[in-house]
Every structure is written in structure tokens, then in C-alpha cells.
Write a protein that binds this ligand. Structure first.
Ligand SMILES: Cc1cc2nc3c(=O)[nH]c(=O)nc-3n(C[C@H](O)[C@H](O)[C@H](O)COP(=O)(O)OP(=O)(O)OC[C@H]3O[C@@H](n4cnc5c(N)ncnc54)[C@H](O)[C@@H]3O)c2cc1C
Length: 410
């Protein structure tokens, strides 16, 4: 197939599905093809560790578009199909079966994959990961009343999984490398609140531990041995130790790859007519004045619009602030902005941290870099505006719930 003006999206996730939609919305009338190696049409992953895992959301609710949307919008879906290589000079992609497809414009939206645990026993049955819808369905079968679940990794996926397992009545232990869960992402002040949340729900948190091996009987996991000699019994082990961007195609095609596929603010890669979006893109962010790779849903939702405009030759820049959300037990949170360890000098709280109903602000000097609202709603807009304004803000006013956030804007 090599019709003129064909746009190809590689990766069948949220970013690819949204890019197809955006290309149509912005007037592309030629062929559109989405190629993904999963069997399902594009779907969103957040419910896989929350409502869908808990059995509260239907399978139908996770898809980016209804099934007939693709035919109605003239979008060809090639599912269960892996792209083997990209040839930027010939402007072709090659499928695993050797078929070659020409493109006018190509979007790499290959996402990311769970980092694998590399210790003896890691390949035993019931050592599980969570990325795909089938993984979530598998976890649901092992999260049962009284089952013993060891979660390796205390980041977002580890904690959300722990919450789902606990809610199902399992006995849950979470293993982490550092002092507190989420320490690297949130810093000590806010991480302590999440540690308290899980302890209050009966999760056993084991900080500063190293996994020596996974033990098993007859090929199936029965426990985890820690480097300090501690043995934990387990019916299943869930590994959530981070993700790595799927950059193999980009590397092989000679694109610049550094912590993801490097793009400019238009989401153009270093090869002509190839763009990248979603988890895999390490994009230059004009507001932050640096490259960032954002492993979150909102980024995969919104970047494709910019990529589509840029693929169609129109001027478009992606500079939305990073945003993500999480739900654990009865705690819901949203985080807006960007900071990293060493990038801020203090955290200012507004509200009641004991009741877990508050907003936390990460500050550098008098500037707000990021804000996280926990069980407080409809504040993302003013938080985003505060961050974008780069305004000087007084800590005391920021901390006072009676002072409207909008009044702190210049
Ligand atoms: C369990 C879970 C819960 C999450 N919860 C949240 C949350 O609460 N909030 C939040 O903000 N974010 C959350 N995220 C992150 C969010 O889901 C990701 O940021 C988002 O999925 C990224 O979308 P994407 O389209 O860029 O990549 P992906 O969703 O990874 O999709 C990429 C697709 O491309 C396919 N692919 C890769 N290589 C090839 C190839 N060579 N050929 C064909 N296909 C290929 C992959 O198999 C995959 O299907 C969660 C993620 C997971 C796994």
C-alpha cells in the first residue's frame, strides 16, 4: 500500500488513537493507518490499576474510541502487528511479516514497557507486571480475600496496585528501595502522607530493601527473599519498578534518542516527516526550557493534537504543563507542574494534611513550580495559572485556605 498522503501511526495506544482523530479534525482527508502490536484497539491504561482492576469499570469504558469510529472516520487499524523497522529515507515502515508501507508522515507513539526485574526466580509463574489490559485481568484473579501479595516497587503503579489488592481483602506488603514510597517523585513531606495512607489501610511497607531472589515451588512463586535474609511468603508478586520508553525503532532508524525520542517543541524528531508523542517522546518544552519525557495519560492525550498539526505543516507548539492523577482507596489527587529532586527548596501545604484534604505547593524562591491537590477539587486551573505566571507568592497567603488561589495571581 503506497497511496499518496498516507499518515501512519506506529503504536496502538492512546497517543496513536488521538493522533488519528486529530489528523481528521484538522482536515486530513487521505489515508490514515494505526499499527499496534496489541490485540485491542487503542485504550487508556489508568483504569487498569484503579476502577477496572477493582471490577468497578466495564471493559467497554476503557477504549479511546468506539469500535465503529475507525471505519466511520476512514482510519485503518492494523492490530496485533508489530512494526519491525522504519526507513526514513524511503519513507517506509516494515512490518514483522516483511510487508512495507509507504508514508507521507509518520508518528512514533510506541509508548513504554515495564522494566523487568532481574533476579533469580523472576520468571516464576505469578510474578506479574501491569501494563496491558490482560495484565489487569490477571491481577484481578490473584487479588482475593486473604491472598498474600508482595508488591515490588513503591511508585504510582506499586501503590495503586497495593490499594486495589488491599481493597480486595489481600494481605499486602510493598517493598521499596528508599525511606518512603514515592520519595523520588514527591519528596519527603508529601511522601510521608502516602506512607500513612497505606499503613492506615493495613499495608505493610518495607523500606530500604533489596530483593535477592523470588522463590517458588513447582514453577510457581511462593515467596520473596530479601538481601537481609528476610523471607516473605507470597501467592503472587507484582513488579512495578518503572518503565522504559520503547525506542528500538527510533534507534534503528537513526533518530536522536536520549531518554526517549528527542523532539523539538513541534514534536518533530531529528528525521524529516517523523514525529513522536506520548510516553516515548522526550520533547523540548518551551515553558520549562528543557526536554521532558512525561509518562502520563494527559500528555498522551494532548500531545497528538500538536503533532497532528505539525505533521500537516501547520505551526503548533506543545507547552502544556505536565499533569497527572492518581486514586488510592478514598484518596484522589491531581498534580500539575514540574519539579524534580533538588529542583525546589520547600513544600507549602494549604489545608489539612492529617485528614488528607489539602494542596501541596513545591516552591523555588517565591515561585510555585508545581501543585498537588489531594481530595480538594476544581483547583487545577488556578494552580496551573500560578505556575505559568511565575509570580512571586507569599507562603502565608498560599497556605491560607481562606485566600482564593486566583487572588494570588498578578
Ligand atoms: C496500569 C497503569 C496505570 C496508569 N495510571 C495513570 C494515571 O493514573 N494517571 C496518569 O496520568 N497516567 C497513568 N498511566 C500512564 C499512562 O497510561 C501512559 O502515560 C499512557 O498509556 C501513554 O500512552 P502512549 O500511547 O504514549 O503509550 P502506550 O500506552 O504505551 O501505547 C503504546 C503502544 O504501542 C505499542 N507498540 C510499541 N512498539 C510497537 C511496534 N514496534 N509496533 C507496533 N506497536 C508497538 C505498545 O505495545 C503499546 O500498545 C498509567 C499506566 C499504567 C500502565
Amino acid at each position: 500500500m503506497s497511496p499518496v498522503n498516507t499518515f501512519v501511526m506506529v503504536g496502538g495506544g492512546l497517543a496513536a488513537g488521538r493522533a488519528a482523530q486529530a489528523l481528521r479534525e484538522h482536515g486530513h482527508t487521505g489515508p490514515l493507518l494505526v499499527i499496534g502490536d496489541e490485540r485491542e484497539r487503542p485504550y487508556i491504561r489508568p483504569p487498569l490499576s484503579k476502577g477496572y482492576l477493582l471490577g468497578e469499570e466495564e471493559r467497554d469504558s476503557i477504549f479511546v474510541h468506539p469500535e465503529d469510529w475507525y471505519a466511520e472516520n476512514g482510519v485503518d487499524l492494523l492490530l496485533d502487528t508489530s512494526v519491525r523497522s522504519v526507513d526514513p529515507r524511503a519513507r517506509e515502515v516494515e512490518l514483522e511479516n516483511g510487508r512495507r508501507i509507504s508514508y507521507t508522515g509518520l508518528l512514533l507513539a510506541t509508548g513504554s514497557s515495564p522494566r523487568r526485574l532481574r533476579v533469580p526466580g523472576a520468571d516464576l509463574e505469578n510474578v506479574l507486571y501491569l501494563r496491558r489490559v490482560g495484565d489487569s485481568e490477571r491481577l484481578r484473579t490473584v487479588f482475593t480475600e486473604g491472598s498474600r501479595i508482595v508488591v515490588i516497587g513503591d511508585g504510582w503503579i506499586g501503590l495503586e496496585t497495593a490499594a486495589a489488592a488491599r481493597t480486595a481483602g489481600a494481605e499486602v506488603t510493598v517493598l521499596g528501595h528508599s525511606d518512603l514510597p514515592l520519595l523520588k517523585v514527591l519528596g519527603r513531606e508529601a511522601a510521608e502522607i502516602f506512607a500513612g495512607l497505606h499503613k492506615d489501610h493495613g499495608v505493610r511497607l518495607l523500606p530500604r530493601v533489596e530483593v535477592e531472589r523470588i522463590t517458588g515451588t513447582k514453577g510457581r512463586v511462593d515467596g520473596v527473599l530479601l538481601a537481609d535474609g528476610t523471607r516473605l511468603a507470597a501467592d503472587a508478586v507484582v513488579v512495578g519498578i518503572g518503565i522504559t520508553p520503547n525506542v528500538r525503532l527510533a534507534e534503528q532508524a537513526g533518530l536522536e534518542v536520549r531518554n526517549g525520542i528527542v523532539t523539538d517543541e513541534h514534536l518533530r524528531t531529528t528525521a524529516p516527516e517523523i514525529h513522536a508523542a506520548g510516553d516515548v517522546a522526550n520533547a523540548y518544552h518551551p515553558f520549562l526550557d528543557r526536554h521532558v519525557r512525561v509518562e502520563h495519560w494527559a500528555n498522551a492525550l494532548n500531545q497528538p493534537d500538536t503533532a497532528a498539526l505539525s505533521m500537516l505543516g501547520q505551526e503548533a507548539v506543545y507547552d502544556r504543563l505536565p499533569y497527572f492523577h492518581s486514586d488510592q482507596y478514598d484518596l484522589g489527587m491531581e498534580y500539575t507542574g514540574f519539579t524534580e529532586p533538588g529542583g525546589y527548596d520547600r513544600v507549602v501545604f494549604r489545608g489539612d494534611t492529617g485528614q488528607r484534604r489539602f494542596i501541596a505547593f513545591w516552591m523555588a524562591g517565591n515561585r510555585v513550580l508545581a501543585g498537588m491537590n489531594v481530595n480538594v477539587w476544581d483547583v487545577v486551573d488556578p494552580i496551573r495559572a500560578l505556575v505559568r505566571s511565575r509570580a512571586d507568592v507569599d507562603d502565608r497567603l498560599l497556605a491560607d485556605p481562606d485566600v482564593p488561589l486566583a487572588s494570588l495571581l498578578p
